[in-house]
Write a protein that binds this ligand. Structure first.
Ligand SMILES: Cc1cc2nc3c(=O)[nH]c(=O)nc-3n(C[C@H](O)[C@H](O)[C@H](O)COP(=O)(O)OP(=O)(O)OC[C@H]3O[C@@H](n4cnc5c(N)ncnc54)[C@H](O)[C@@H]3O)c2cc1C
Length: 326
């Protein structure tokens, strides 16, 4: 068994049977055959106890330009590249579109798995294809973006047929050569200096600053729950209990509701079970405040789901992946 605390951002003291860290694609099939779970940098997982063997893609590095035109560039990047470092490299190269996704922890491969999003942008519009090892078929596969079915914090790789069975090793992105800032998010709009709004580094630093004010520096997995998407009937039922609940109309006719509001107004801000706590500054974030055990963390997750359901009739779904023990 090896200590797993350093390999995930919640920093819970659990062990893993083995940790396989392939340094090249050639090593992936063998490592995949020996592992039960696939992770990147562990910034979106909650271990529920000591874990079986794990493959981490974090050592798969590198990138290459596939084609470039006047307006765009297509780049293939290894799944283990750190996302934020990749965003900075893109800005430095004059490849644009990812600036609002600054400072999101984790790897490029996992960014596809959960279609990362923040501050008015998400990964989906930039994805061209992914390549990976299909453990079930024992074959390399290249999937075009459409086949990955990216949606709000979702991709096909979260489905049981794909999860831990398809190891993403490369991601191809199409980026813009012209910078056109996305300032739709109110916080970003207010903080960007209008005289510098055409400087991609300024947008990057602004997003970074906003995030640093809201998120804990360590001991979390970011937003723990997804914002629930409700039908009109479900929204009306919720409004009868909570007339002032914030909601946002979606293009498919449904409504996204702020999970942070539901948790906060259920009286859970700062709520604590042992070392696991609802982060007082942002109730959608759960933190390992003081040596939380997997049991304490899981009890907190269940308590929040139960309280929110009883108070508002809405079921919260974790965004973070819960990893059961061996
Ligand atoms: C402080 C903080 C802030 C955050 N803010 C945001 C945010 O603003 N927006 C956002 O969308 N997310 C956010 N997150 C969540 C997290 O950063 C993303 O989910 C990130 O993409 C996870 O990357 P990772 O490499 O750590 O993945 P891991 O946590 O290691 O894995 C996440 C999932 O992806 C799967 N996976 C990972 N790599 C591969 C691969 N190569 N092939 C197949 N499956 C794979 C794993 O099985 C698991 O299901 C935040 C997290 C933290 C800690």
């Amino acid at each position: 068994m090896i200590p797993f605390r350093e390999y995930h951002t919640l920093g819970i003291s659990v062990s893993a049977q083995r940790l396989l860290l392939p340094h090249s694609e050639d090593e992936v099939p063998d490592a995949a055959a020996q592992s039960s779970y696939v992770i990147g940098e562990g910034s979106n997982i909650l271990p529920l106890g000591d874990l079986p063997s794990i493959l981490s893609t974090r050592n798969l590095r590198g990138y290459r330009v596939l084609r470039a035109s006047e307006n765009s560039v297509e780049v293939e990047v290894a799944a283990g590249e750190n996302w934020d470092r990749w965003v900075r490299l893109c800005i430095a190269q004059g490849w644009h579109g990812l600036e609002n996704l600054a400072a999101i922890p984790g790897t490029v491969g996992a960014a596809v798995v959960q279609n990362i999003g923040a501050y008015g942008a998400e990964l989906a519009p930039f994805l061209v294809s992914v390549r990976g090892w299909n453990k079930a078929l024992e074959a390399w596969q290249e999937l075009p973006a459409e086949a990955c079915e990216l949606n709000y914090r979702y991709s096909i790789f979260q489905q049981p047929e794909w999860r831990d069975k398809f190891i993403i090793t490369r991601v191809t992105l199409r980026l813009n050569r012209r910078f056109s800032p996305v300032l739709s998010y109110p916080d970003v709009m207010q903080r960007v200096n209008p005289t510098r709004q055409h400087d991609p580094w300024h947008l990057y630093e602004t997003v970074r600053m906003i995030r640093a004010e809201k998120l804990p520096a360590y001991g979390s997995a970011g937003s723990f729950f997804k914002n629930p998407i409700l039908s009109l009937e479900e929204l009306k039922a919720l409004q009868s209990r909570a007339p002032e609940v914030p909601f946002y109309a979606q293009s498919d006719g449904r409504f996204k509701v702020a999970a942070a509001w539901l948790i906060d107004k259920a009286g859970l801000k700062g709520y604590r079970i042992g070392g696991a706590q609802v982060y007082p500054r942002q109730p959608l974030v759960l933190v390992n405040a003081d040596g939380a055990t997997p049991e304490e963390f899981y009890a907190l997750v269940q308590h929040i789901q139960k309280s929110v359901y009883e108070r508002w009739g809405v079921q919260l779904e974790p965004e973070v992946r819960l990893l059961p023990p061996t």
